[in-house]
Design a protein. Structure first.
Length: 100
């Protein structure tokens, strides 16, 4: 949507109709991108927080139930390790996000 809004065709239409200048279109597109990045950042931080404070502790508690007979745990351990690994990957990618 942002690319279409900020396209040459849209800029010309807005300018011809006296709605926005090309600079105003650029400024609005930048605000749209900033809003998207902010929303995505909040979502990622919330997801990581939920996993680290709720899901992983629940996984550990669940695994403790099978400490006496690990064979009954099934694929739980692999699943829980995978959750942790994918969370670490997300944190690493998110950490590389450029900061202002």
């Amino acid at each position: 949507a942002v690319a279409t809004f900020n396209s040459a065709k849209a800029k010309k239409l807005f300018a011809d109709m006296g709605i926005f200048s090309a600079e105003e279109c650029d400024a609005r597109a930048e605000v749209m991108f900033e809003n998207y990045v902010t929303t995505l950042s909040v979502e990622v931080e919330t997801l990581i927080d939920m996993i680290e404070t709720g899901i992983l502790p629940a996984c550990a508690k669940d695994m403790a139930k099978y400490q006496a007979v690990p064979a009954l745990a099934g694929a739980r351990e692999a699943t829980y390790i995978s959750i942790k690994a994918e969370t670490e990957k997300l944190k690493a990618v998110f950490g590389k996000k450029p900061h202002d």
